[in-house]
Design a protein around this ligand. Structure first.
Ligand SMILES: NC(=O)c1ccc[n+]([C@@H]2O[C@H](COP(=O)([O-])OP(=O)(O)OC[C@H]3O[C@@H](n4cnc5c(N)ncnc54)[C@H](O)[C@@H]3O)[C@@H](O)[C@H]2O)c1
Length: 323
């Protein structure tokens, strides 16, 4: 298949590109190297496939509709839409940016799909759309999601709904996949595991927000990519599709447990500064993955301790390479 990958230079995007190229697909990648984190890191993310014969890259911003239409003048079979302004906390400071990129940018892409006749869309949504989950139960896709508690969550939910509108009006086949705290090699530097490992490695204390009981359904990136790949195959094989599903791990890990595992893996003494819980952060994320299991055969394999060990191996390798 010919696939357009938005956000191809990012953490999850770069892993998806590697998998799709290995499976023989032809990719067009776009990314604007947003300043959320360093361009050099994103170039490094793309290093293994930047010059692959089946990969073409365009540096373009989804907010620039004309530029998007100009550079994307080839038809594709499917769009894997991962580009976004990510992150809950910064979205509280800059809500308009999140709406510009995640809502308007998505709409530009949908218009481009309609114009060029591309009918298949995979959209990266987020567990944040569930808002707070007071009893910590596993949430299924049937849960009501009309109380987003951050502009980021709002932007992802809005894009899911807009995808439905385009499915209805223009018969696009759509899978909205809600990712749950993805981690692993190349994880974004703003995310907890990466941030903690870097601070501990440098001999600093880490900040723990809340009492440590908040929990995340961490998903190892290879498992997420496997879910993305299965969803793409599903889209290729079916028509009339509009599905929203969780790609999580169904195993929440508390912040205290996570921090303990990181210190154990790194063989360092704990040094923790306690801080109050941050506005916009949900208390628990916990995915029911029954739908992805039955629809796609999704079945995440990586335990948290194994995943952290693999992240730490990568962290040490790239640290040694840069010295
Ligand atoms: N990492 C997670 O835990 C997680 C959880 C839930 C959802 N998601 C979603 O998955 C997707 C990928 O996340 P990630 O962690 O790989 O983030 P990332 O920031 O590493 O990747 C996103 C990429 O999109 C690009 N981008 C941003 N704005 C753009 C624009 N206007 N035009 C073109 N490109 C643009 C960035 O430069 C970046 O390379 C995002 O949509 C994110 O919201 C991620």
């Amino acid at each position: 298949m010919k696939i357009l990958v938005t956000g191809c230079a990012g953490f999850i995007g770069s892993h998806c590109c590697e998998k799709l190229l290995a499976e023989g697909h032809e990719l067009i990648g776009i990314d604007n190297f947003s300043r959320f984190y360093a361009k050099s890191t994103k170039l490094q993310n793309m290093q293994s496939f930047r010059h692959h014969e089946n990969f073409t890259f365009h540096e373009v911003d989804l907010r620039d509709k004309d530029a998007l239409h100009q550079c994307l003048n080839r038809e594709v079979d499917l769009v894997l839409h991962l580009a976004a302004k990510a992150g809950v906390r910064p979205s509280i400071e800059q809500p308009a940016d999140y709406i510009d990129v995640n809502v308007k940018g998505t709409q530009h892409l949908l218009d481009w799909m309609v114009q060029t006749g591309c009918k298949k869309l995979f959209f990266a949504s987020s567990s944040s759309v569930y808002g707070n989950n007071p009893d910590g139960a596993a949430l299924s896709e049937n849960a009501v999601v009309d109380q987003p508690i951050s502009p980021y969550a709002f932007s992802k939910r809005s894009a899911e709904l807009m995808n439905y509108t385009y499915h209805h009006l223009y018969q696009l086949d759509v899978i909205n996949a809600r990712f749950f705290t993805v981690y692993g090699p190349r994880q974004r530097p703003d995310l907890a595991i990466h941030k903690f490992v870097k601070l501990i490695d440098q001999g600093h204390a880490i900040e723990m927000y809340g009492d440590g009981a908040s929990a995340r359904d961490y998903t190892f990136v290879a498992d997420t990519v496997d879910g993305v790949y299965k969803a793409i195959n599903y889209l290729q094989e079916h028509s009339g599709v509009y599905e929203t599903l969780n790609l999580g791990n169904q195993t929440p890990v508390t912040l205290s447990e996570l921090i303990g595992m990181i210190y154990t893996t790194m063989q360092k003494e704990a040094n923790i500064i306690r801080k109050p819980m941050q506005a916009g952060d949900v208390n628990v994320t916990h995915a029911s993955i029954d739908k992805a299991k039955s629809l796609l055969g999704y079945n995440p394999q990586t335990s948290m301790s194994e995943g952290i060990r693999r992240f730490y191996d990568w962290f040490l390798t790239q640290k040694n390479d840069s010295n």
